[in-house]
Design a protein around this ligand. Structure first.
Ligand SMILES: [Zn+2]
Length: 476
């Protein structure tokens, strides 16, 4: 039954027909979370129950409508309908340019089509489902607004992490993401003045940022490119080594202040980057002084030969060796000024090369780049792409992120408990998530992101209304 429905949905979508969802989906159609789902059930088989019972569609709508709903006189009533959603259906069928009137319509489509993934695209000048009618016209079909987005993935850190590679993520390498959040969050707020930033765990091994201030949403592709370039201190790899370009902007000093303690206290001890010769050579190669490189390498090789009792203490001690060696040269009067400068610069570049955020800049540059929606479920891990607060990034545990099967278990338990007590209040539609582990993540989303965003939206619409009222009337 469900399969046939999926097939029909996929067929309709292949034909390019964006469909109209039933707004009032009867509860019976929202499949019940099974009372006791087996642990190894494939993620995709759980998705209908997740969308039906737990997915916070109303909160997603309240975010993406940016206060343009019927409660506000100056609202742009077609705002949400002009937003592109892309569903990835089972079998990797991409269905782009879908749009919905409101949260309920989005919800009904999710339950009916059960996408493995939801991507969010730009808000266009017209409803994306009607784009063909505008093809070929001047200013025909164009993106108008799009959050400024950032994507950082741990796979881009494989040369500087020793705990694993590829799709791997653990508490030893999460600190790379935690410090990336803090650096970017500070830059977006302090250097660009943005206030409404949503941080999301991408479900497997990375993070996304959505900058939602109106000013950010209205940036052109060119302006996005400039911001991405400003934040791209890490310029990829050259000859097997991270390439770094440090400007004289004060943001670099601020970043260095955040990165250095992280590098010394978190990354070096956890990743053991100074414990084996391959990695320490890479670290020492940032110091343009053969003598320092040789002296330290020889000393550490001898230490290794004797055996390392405390690896964490050894990691910290060896970085101190590096700093001391540079300080000795810098404090020697007879040494050339150029070398002193190069060594100090090398020390700084080494830290940036290892821990400064490695952005996937292509994601940030174009308004029409799709990005996976928050609160999706990763099809491989079953983990929900949960929002988190930037300040909580250091203590965020990617292993503790709730999975779809866990949420459905919790939801079922709550529903069963209510059914056993006839006097218990029925569960409100759209509020299933409140009875699961998603509640704490959603509290962060609502209180630290959605509420201030809505307040700013209301304020903006209010000032628009006041401006309109202050205009002299043309009526005689
Ligand atoms: Zn790891």
């Amino acid at each position: 039954m469900a399969e046939a429905e999926d097939e029909r949905a996929a067929k309709r979508q292949k034909e390019g027909e964006a469909e109209q969802a039933d707004v009032d989906m009867p509860d019976a159609e929202a499949p019940a979370a099974t009372a006791d789902p087996p642990k190894q059930i494939p993620v995709q088989q759980l998705m209908r129950a997740y969308y039906g019972n737990i997915f916070p569609y109303q909160e997603m709508y309240e975010w993406l409508v940016y206060s343009n709903d019927s409660r506000h006189a100056q609202a742009d009533s077609g705002f949400f309908q002009r937003r592109e959603f892309c569903f990835t259906l089972d079998g990797d069928i991409f269905v782009r340019y879908q749009s919905f009137k409101d949260g309920a319509e989005l919800h009904a489509a999710l339950v009916r089509q059960v996408p493995a993934k939801i991507d969010i695209g730009p808000m266009y000048n017209v409803d994306p489902r009607r784009r063909n009618a505008y093809a070929g016209l001047e200013n025909g079909f164009q993106p108008r607004q799009r959050e400024l987005v950032f994507d950082i993935d741990l796979t881009d850190y494989d040369d500087v992490r020793t705990c694993g590679s590829g799709g791997h993520i653990c508490s030893e390498c999460w600190p790379f993401m935690a410090v990336a959040v803090q650096i970017l969050d500070a830059a977006l707020r302090d250097d660009f003045g943005f206030n409404h930033i949503l941080w999301v765990f991408s479900g497997r091994r990375g993070i996304h940022a959505w900058v939602c201030d109106k000013r950010a949403r209205e940036l052109t592709d060119e302006q996005r490119g400039s911001i991405a370039a400003f934040l791209s201190v890490y310029k990829g790899q050259e000859n097997g080594q991270a390439k770094i370009l440090l400007s004289h902007h004060p943001s670099i000093d601020r970043a260095h202040g955040l990165l250095l303690p992280f590098w010394k206290e978190e990354i070096l001890p956890r990743q053991k980057l100074l414990l084996d010769s391959a990695h320490w050579r890479s670290v020492l190669s940032f110091l343009p002084d053969q003598e320092i490189q040789h002296t330290l390498s020889s000393r550490w090789e001898a230490e290794n030969a004797r055996g390392i009792a405390d690896e964490e203490a050894c990691s910290r001690g060896r970085w101190q060796d590096v700093e001391d060696a540079v300080a000795r040269v810098v404090n020697t009067k007879a040494v050339d000024k150029g070398l002193k400068f190069a060594l100090q610069k090398g020390l700084k570049e080494c830290v940036f090369a290892h821990v400064y955020p490695r952005l996937d800049v292509e994601v940030s540059k174009k308004r029409n780049h799709l990005l996976k929606a928050p609160l999706c479920v990763h099809p491989k891990t079953g983990k929900v792409c949960v929002p988190f607060a930037a300040v909580d990034a250091p203590t965020f545990d990617p292993d503790a992120v709730p999975t779809v099967s866990q949420l459905l278990d919790e939801f079922s338990a709550e529903r069963s408990a209510r059914q056993e007590h006839p006097g218990a209040a029925a569960m409100e539609k759209g509020e299933g998530w409140k009875h699961t582990s998603l509640a704490s993540c959603m509290t962060v989303f609502v209180q630290s992101f959605l509420q201030p965003l809505c307040a700013a939206g209301r304020e903006e619409l209010g000032s628009k209304a006041r401006e309109a009222a202050a205009q002299p009337s043309l009526a005689w």
